[in-house]
Each structure stands twice: as C-alpha cells, then as structure tokens.
Design a protein around this ligand. Sequence first.
Ligand code: PHE
Length: 445
Amino acid sequence: MAAGSREQWNSRVGFIAAAVGSAVGLGNMWRFSYLTAEKGGAAFVALYLIFTAAVGLPVMLAELTLGRGARKSPIQALAHYGGDRWKWLGAVFVAAGFIILSYYSVIAGWTVRYACEAIFTGFSDDPGQHFAAIREGWSAFLFHAVFMGATMGVVSGGVIRGIERVAVIAMPALFVLVCGIALYAATLDGAQVGYRYYLNADFTNAFSMDVLISAAGQAFFSLSLGMGAMLTFASYLPRDSHLPNASLAIAGADFGVAFLAGLMVFPLIFALGLQSDVSESTLGALFVALPKAFVSMGGVGRFVGLCFFVALVVGALTSAISLLEVVVSAAVDGLGWARQRATLVLGLVITALGGLAAWNIAVLDVMDQVANNLFLVGGGFALAVFVGWVMKDPIGEVEIGAEGVRWFLGWRILMRFVVPAVLLVVLYHSIPTTIKNIWELLTTL
Ligand code: PHE
C-alpha cells in the first residue's frame, strides 16, 4: 500500500459483515444467555432491547460518523474533531481493547477446547468437574494462546485480505448454524417450558438498578460500543456510505442473533431439566449446563454440541479481530508501525495479559465487569458528551451519503440529553459496586 493511502473495504456488504462480525460474538451467545438466566428472563430481554434501540443505536451512529469522517483510528479521530484535548478518550478506548481482548480470548479458548472435544473425544460425562478443571491454569492459557494466534493471523492480513475475507464467510455460516440449532431445539419435548421462561415477561424485578446496569453494560458490550471498534471499522469506509442504514443493519443483526441464541439455549436447558444449573448462574454456567444437555442426547447431542461450539468460536473470532484491530490501528496511525509488527508485538502483550484471566476465573469475572460497567459505559458517556456538545455540526457529517433521510434527526437530541443522562445514572450506581468487587477480589487473592 502506498504511504499515506488508507485501505478501504472492498464492498458495502464486506463492511457490514465485518461490523456484524464484531458485534455478534460471545456477547450474544454466552453473555446474553447467562445474564438473561440470572436477571430474570424475558423482562431482562425487554430492557436490553430498549437499551439497544434508545442508547446503543445512537452511540453506534456516532462512532460510525466519527470514524468515516476522520478516516483515522480512535485517538487521531477524536483529535481531528475535538483537538488534542480529546486524545485521552481515544487512549481510554485503546486501553479497553487491551483489557477486553485479553479475557475475551480466554473464554474463546474454552470454546475452542469444547469444539475439539466434540470432534475427538466427546464431551465429558461430568461436565461440572471437567469445566472446573479446564477453565483455569496452563491448559486454559494454551487454548487462549492458540485463539490469539488465529486472531493475529487474520489481523496481520489487513482490512480486505484479512478481516473482510474472513467475515464474509464466517457470518453467513454462523447464522446458518444458529438457526439450525434453534430449529432442532424446538423439536425437543419440554421446549415450551424454556420458551415460557425466556419469553414471558415477569416485570416484578425488572426495574431494579442491578438489572438496569446489566442491561446497559450488555447493550454496549454486545454492540461493540464505547471503545472505538465501530469507529475504527468505519474509518475504512468510503465517504458516501449510508451510515444510518448501516447502524440499523448492525444493531438489528446483533439483536437478532442474541434473540436466536436464547431460542437455542433455553429450550435445550429446560427440556433437560437443567435450569437449576443455570439459575444460580455464574459466568461458567453454560459451559456446564449445555455439555450436560449434549451428553444426555447421545450421538445427536455430540453433533449439535459441535455445531454450537463452532458457532461460538466463529463469533468470538470475528469479534476478537475487531478488538485487536483497534489496538493495532492505533499503533499504525499513531506510532507509524507497520501492521505486521504492531499485530505481533501487541498481540503478544495481550496474550500475556490474558494470563491473569486464565490463571483465576475470579480475575476474569472482575475484568469483565470493569470493562463493561466502567470502560464501555463510561466511554459511551464521554462519546455522547463529545458528539452532543463539543463536535461541530454532527448532523452535517452524518448526513453525507444519507441526504434526505429524516428519521435520525432525533439523534442529536438523544445524544445531547437522553444518552448522557441515562448513562450517568447507570455509572453512578455501577461504579461503587464495581469498585467493591475489585476490592473484594484483591483481598481474597
Ligand atoms: N461485541 C462482541 C461480542 O458480543 C464483543 C466486543 C466488545 C467486541 C467490544 C468489540 C468491542 O462478543
């Protein structure tokens, strides 16, 4: 590539596939299901949907606008619109990328391991004990390192030959797998009990602060918002792309896959009477309850389980790619490093950092809370303040390529008032809890 020129997506579909690939991942399948189980089923789903539409979607459009307009990675993009005074926010985004990818890849490593087991040995007869044995320690680190290696391989290939090429194959494949498993789950006796839990709203505890905080954190995590991933991908867009439509497509696909994931997980778990395994949910519950379900279904279960974990691996890979791309593009734009060198050096740093999460699952849990409740929600808040109050003429920027579209004009109002206000309330309540959890972790280590 000639110096100074920036890579650009090959096609509109390629960009959408990569952005959906970033959004759809462990967040939709693992995190969404376990939070839905923990926070009371359908009421949580409803709240999460409201957050996605009213808070997530506007922030998504903001990230796409900043990225496409500046054609730079987050630190330079913020400086482009806000001057050097705003560079810190881009740096916070990059820091979030380091933290999230380091533990995300450990969970992804578990899914790689389970997919291999489905192929070579079958799932263990005692999934609880098995998970306890593999979730931490050297073997967890090894699978994490393998997964990081694959992520680095794709990112070092660049935007078109690496990221886009993988996404246009991986995303349709993932969609077919998820639909297939959801259809299969529908045929199980007792599936209705699962649907009832998942879809019948019980709003009695829906409006507790705790549920609200989780729904907000989950919306940001699942849409890959608040840390510049969407911003970075949008920096490779041509100037005339239609951003409001793109953000609708990405958010719609993300919610769609989360919803489908619920349609596969809950019937499976309830049909086999495993709800007690999930109700006192911890972040590992699905890695215990689902293999139990698969084992009890015999040969078919092994195949369905293989499809399930392959879908998780594929989703995790395309998300991890976007996390690493944030960090790599920051080094390429900011330090002038070559892409391959940035990928190798920073990928190895993240692999090492992930050692902390692979060493102790309690550390992983706290990293996840810090990343979501502080970094992503905090990043989203700062971004809303920036676009709502600091940036000159955001509407003029977003309108390029979408002239005459009117529905998003409410966007400015949402970014000025609604999004910052809601996120401020969430932060106000989540910061003390998160600090308390960090403190508890430090005192028990
Ligand atoms: N959205 C991804 C998922 O749902 C995770 C992610 C978060 C990716 C933040 C990039 C940035 O799995």
